[in-house]
Ligand binder design. Structure first.
Ligand code: FE2
Length: 156
């Protein structure tokens, strides 16, 4: 099974604000629920923050959940990925143990997929409002190209 792109599928998700994401990051440090992806040398690659706590969803983030949930009732979790620059630290090339859907909220993001040719990758540029469905087991590599807010969903 292959990945699928849905261009411009979620318009309300684009309304997520930096203010409210920073507020959520602040909250998740207080509750120790934040996940941080970074390098030992933070001058090399900007960090990425992953928010995973549902007890606090500022309203533009709640609205994003509601918009996606109205289409996909079986979404289970929503993680908010925030990076602050070019070549931000990410999970690197990996595959997930469940189907995942990425919804791009703010900024652009590239996802690279393996092809039959070893040294060639398929690169998908996600724009705000786009959704990318990645079936479990499919290798992919997130590549940060600037400040961004992305939502990652899995399914029940
Ligand atoms: Fe992934």
């Amino acid at each position: 099974m292959d990945y699928k792109i849905f261009r411009g599928k979620f318009k309300i998700c684009k309304n997520i604000t930096w203010d409210q994401v920073i507020d959520k990051i602040y909250y998740e440090y207080a509750t120790k629920t934040i996940r941080f992806i970074g390098n030992d040398d933070s001058k090399v690659r900007p960090p990425t923050f992953v928010c995973e706590n549902y007890n606090y969803l500022p309203n533009t983030i709640q609205d994003a959940w509601d918009e996606v949930h109205a289409v996909y009732e079986n979404i289970n979790t929503m993680h908010v990925y925030t990076s602050f620059g070019l070549d931000a630290a990410t999970a690197g090339r990996h595959r997930d143990t469940m189907d995942v859907m990425i919804v791009q909220a703010v900024g652009d993001m590239v996802y690279a997929f393996d092809t039959d040719c070893l040294d060639k990758k398929d690169e998908v540029i996600l724009k705000p409002g786009d959704a990318l469905y990645i079936p479990k087991g499919v290798h992919h590599e997130p590549l940060g190209i600037g400040p961004r807010i992305s939502l990652s969903f899995d399914f029940k």
